[in-house]
Design a protein. Structure first.
Length: 438
């Protein structure tokens, strides 16, 4: 079973990675270019939704696959716990947001099956698409937006993690899509939607707070709309004597592959001390924030500022993925539309390096996690180092995948930095003709 799952992930990711590269090299033309925005949105979203539910139907109805991963291990048990009157953090441990078990419990009350939660995440991911497209149209030409949508359509990580694993990145993508789409126009809507990411799902999206704060025109109003529901919900749990920091502390103690600290541990046989990891994260993320915020503040118009905002958010996420000792490729599903936008933009400038790195990342993003669970049984970095020195084939393959994935992260991050620091080239792209509009 584990071997079959690993092979399917390799093949599925490889096929869609090749399609991703072909999309980057393809020039949008024909009917796809002539459609109005409304026509494109209707056909694309309909096709995207159909593909998601067809994938779901094939796996769980035709092949009778049982739900697994976080659905069974965390989402359903915690939902059942709150249905029995228990309180997260106080009566049972949880690494998720305060209201996440209650939201899952609501899905189970509709139909008491893990598939109810999975279908909900699929619907959220589908609903996020029009918000991301509308956001991109505020600063990108239409042909690049359409290429971005096609890249998102064939992104294996999003398809698998949402339609098969039921990861809660689907809801985060919807809430972030609304937050980004409403920024610099409807601050209250943006702030409320953004705050719901760590009220309804998980605390991780808080990393985007500085970037969105700078992008808002009415920053004080936006910040109040973010903090008010946060204080209300988290304050209520604190009054109920629940330790709302327990989940964050637990997550902070976990180490996984798919990041630079784990790779260093494999290559050297020594785990980096906690203080070194903290300082490295502080320096890297702090430098990224300073760079992107400067680009936002120096933007001469709203279009350029939103471009810097989008790329800044993606750069922050990539930097966290690189230096954080607990990383998971599924985290990129939160705002993968922005990564697709960068790759499409770079490809339209005639470059290939980012397209290749994006394709390689797309291929590795699925099997690398399964390979760590099986056949490596979640071995730590130092143990993998010993296996690597002894010539263990699986350890060597894991090391090679780790090197390739981290290199893709760093390469994509550097490409975004270079793009953010070249606003003149971005403005030149905006002078190109766009497709027909309504």
């Amino acid at each position: 079973m584990a071997f079959r799952n690993l092979v399917i992930r390799f093949v599925f990711g490889g096929v869609l990675a090749i399609l991703s590269f072909l999309v980057t090299r393809w020039k949008v033309s024909g009917k796809l270019a002539k459609w109005t925005e409304r026509q494109f949105d209707f056909y694309f979203i309909a096709l995207y939704a159909a593909s998601h539910f067809l994938f779901f139907f094939a796996v769980f109805v035709v092949l009778h696959q049982k739900p697994w991963t976080d659905l069974i291990g965390f989402y359903v048990p915690q939902a059942h716990a709150v249905m029995r009157g228990l309180l997260p953090y106080r009566d049972f441990p949880s690494s998720y947001a305060p209201l996440n078990p209650y939201l899952d419990a609501l899905m189970l009350k509709v139909h008491d099956s893990p598939l109810s939660i999975l279908v909900f995440q699929i619907v959220c991911d589908i609903l996020s698409v029009p918000f991301w497209i509308r956001f991109l149209r505020r600063f990108m030409n239409e042909t690049t937006v359409r290429k971005t949508a096609l890249l998102y359509f064939v992104q294996p990580l999003v398809a698998w993690q949402i339609c098969i694993d039921g990861k809660n990145q689907g809801l985060i993508a919807l809430l972030l899509g609304i937050a980004f789409c409403a920024i610099a126009r409807r601050e209250i809507v943006s702030g409320l939607s953004f705050s719901l990411t760590w009220i309804l799902v998980k605390f991780l999206p808080v990393m985007f707070l500085p970037t969105l704060f700078v992008a808002a025109r009415k920053r004080a109003l936006w910040l109040v709309s973010v903090m008010a529901p946060t204080v209300l919900v988290y304050g209520g749990f604190i009054l109920a004597r629940a330790d709302v920091t327990a989940g964050v502390r637990k997550e902070g103690s976990i180490a996984t592959p798919q990041n630079l600290p784990f790779l260093i541990g494999i290559l050297t046989g020594h785990n980096l001390p906690g203080i070194v990891l903290s300082l490295m994260s502080l320096v890297v993320v702090g430098t990224v924030l300073v760079t992107t915020i400067r680009a936002q503040l120096r933007a001469k118009d709203e279009s350029a500022k939103l471009w810097a905002t989008a790329m800044g958010a993606q750069l922050v996420l990539l930097s966290v993925m690189i230096v954080n000792k607990k990383s998971d490729t599924s985290y990129l599903g939160m705002c993968c539309f922005l990564l697709c936008a960068f790759v499409a933009f770079d490809a339209d400038r005639g470059r290939r390096a980012m397209s290749v790195m994006y394709g390689l990342f797309s291929w590795l993003s699925l099997p690398i996690v399964s390979f760590w669970y099986w056949p490596l049984s979640r071995e730590g970095a130092t143990r993998l180092h010993q296996m690597w020195l002894s010539g263990d084939r699986n350890a060597w393959l894991m090391t090679a995948m780790q090197v390739a994935l981290v290199a893709c992260y760093i390469g994509l991050a550097w490409g975004i930095v270079r793009t953010v620091l070249e606003p003149a080239k971005y403005r030149a792209m905006q002078t190109e003709p766009v497709a027909a509009r309504d």
